[in-house]
Ligand binder design. Structure first.
Ligand code: ATP
Ligand code: MG
Length: 398
């Protein structure tokens, strides 16, 4: 029988961690090899993909096993969920609900199925349901089963729209979105926390809030006048959509008006981070890093690189690395040297079950000290968001 993984966190941090038990955070690495925080996600997807890529690496290049601290991310997630339940309620849940959007992207379905399978393997009943199959009564989520209602003990939320103030344990509860749903609010919270705990090696890009395109233009011009380039994006992210790069004052007016004038959304104006390039077969690409933390503990990370080399088309094409924007998935290894790339198979590969995801045949390797920095940065941001949420929730009770 497999032992449950022991997650380590200090008891006083539980107050924060319990609010954000499953974190997916995005970082950049700048050209001085600093870790730069980009954003936090309330319903991160990707652990099943990461597990499948690890399997592929083990089949193709088993010698790389020692550079992958964890490989079974879904099993580990289930351990984290059961530990979360045990701490909050005691014992083991009898019924777990894994939610799915009503008419959502089927992309994350294999991940939901693998989570359900893993619960079943532990003898815990688990079901996948969309919004029409459950209802809320007295702050409790109830599942419709014919003429009866079942009350799940634990909820794994795998869709964005979900009720707040639910009394069962939820991973992650909807309230996390109060912070992660606004890039600007997330920045404020993380930079406030950083100003109080300076020992963490983490950079935060200079970031401003703009209610209108006019305001975004003025702020962009001010940042440009200090010799920095600018990125303007929706305050509520849309998976790589509408990320506009401003490199000159004339860009600011034309590009921002074209992109946003007809949209009633708020924007963030941010310094553009000059990132470390991903060098591959004589070409360079931008990339970002997605890290995952379960119960406040960093468990793994991967890279998403743009599929378009730097300089080969418009910066809005090559400067954005989201998978939904055509980005390529790149495994991330923790090695004794680097940063560098390591070829681990002959060709890139489309992933079985996740056909839209192309896995690069090159992995990116971070030296141990940078891996440690990434781990510390991830665990730091989880606490920053978790503590801030405590403040929000306590304030709401007054
Ligand atoms: N300040 C920046 N400097 C350099 N590149 C950036 C910057 N901001 C964003 N990018 C690029 O654009 C991509 C998308 O940005 P970001 O993650 O902030 O928005 P999003 O993905 O649309 O939001 P969400 O993930 O919430 O849907 C990043 O992964 C990165 O490649
Ligand atoms: Mg993003």
């Amino acid at each position: 029988m497999r032992m449950c993984y022991q997650f380590e966190f200090s008891p006083q941090d539980w107050d924060a961690i319990k609010n954000y038990p499953y974190a997916g955070l995005d970082f950049l690495i700048d050209d001085n090899q600093n870790i730069v925080f980009l954003e936090a996600n309330a319903v991160p997807g990707g652990i099943s993909v990461m597990e499948n890529v690890c399997k592929l690496i083990l089949e193709n290049a088993p010698g790389l096993r020692k550079f992958m601290p964890h490989t079974e991310f879904v099993k580990l997630f289930t351990d984290a969920a059961l530990t979360y339940y045990r701490i909050i309620k005691g014992g083991t849940p009898k019924l777990v609900l894994v939610t799915t959007p009503y008419k959502g992207d089927p992309v994350l379905m294999p991940e939901r199925l693998s989570i359900v399978e893993e619960f079943k393997r532990r003898g815990v009943q688990a079901v996948i349901c969309h919004r029409e199959r459950y209802t809320v009564q007295d702050n409790k989520i109830l599942l419709r089963a014919g003429s009866r209602f079942l009350c799940p003990d634990l909820i794994i939320r795998r869709n964005t729209i979900f009720p707040k103030n639910v009394s069962q344990p939820v991973i992650n509860k909807s309230e996390v979105g109060l912070i992660t749903g606004s890039k600007y609010r997330t920045y404020r919270i993380v930079s406030d926390f950083l100003s109080r705990q300076k020992e963490v090696a983490l950079k935060i890009p200079e970031t401003y809030f703009a209610k209108s395109v006019r305001k975004a233009i003025t702020i962009s011009e001010e940042i440009l006048s200090r010799g920095k380039e600018v990125v303007v994006k929706p305050n509520k992210g849309e998976r790589g959509k509408d990320i506009i790069f401003i490199r000159s004052a004339s860009d600011a007016e034309t590009k921002l008006k074209r992109a946003f004038h007809s949209k009633r959304i708020t924007l963030v104006v941010q310094e553009r981070i000059q990132t470390l390039p991903f060098c591959r077969e004589g070409r360079q690409y931008v990339f970002d890093i997605r890290t995952y933390a379960y119960l406040g503990q960093f468990v793994g990370a991967h890279i998403r690189r743009s599929s378009v080399p730097i300089g080969s088309s418009s910066i809005e094409d090559y400067g954005v690395s989201n998978i939904s924007h055509g980005g390529t998935y790149v495994p991330l290894l923790s090695t004794s040297d680097g940063p560098c790339v390591i070829k681990w198979r002959e060709t890139a590969k489309r992933l079985y079950l996740f056909k839209h995801i192309i896995v690069d045949n090159y992995a990116f390797s971070l030296p141990h000290h940078m891996w440690k920095m990434l781990k510390r940065a991830t665990e730091f941001v989880v606490r920053a968001i978790g503590y801030a949420l405590n403040g929000f929730l306590n304030y709401a009770k007054i």
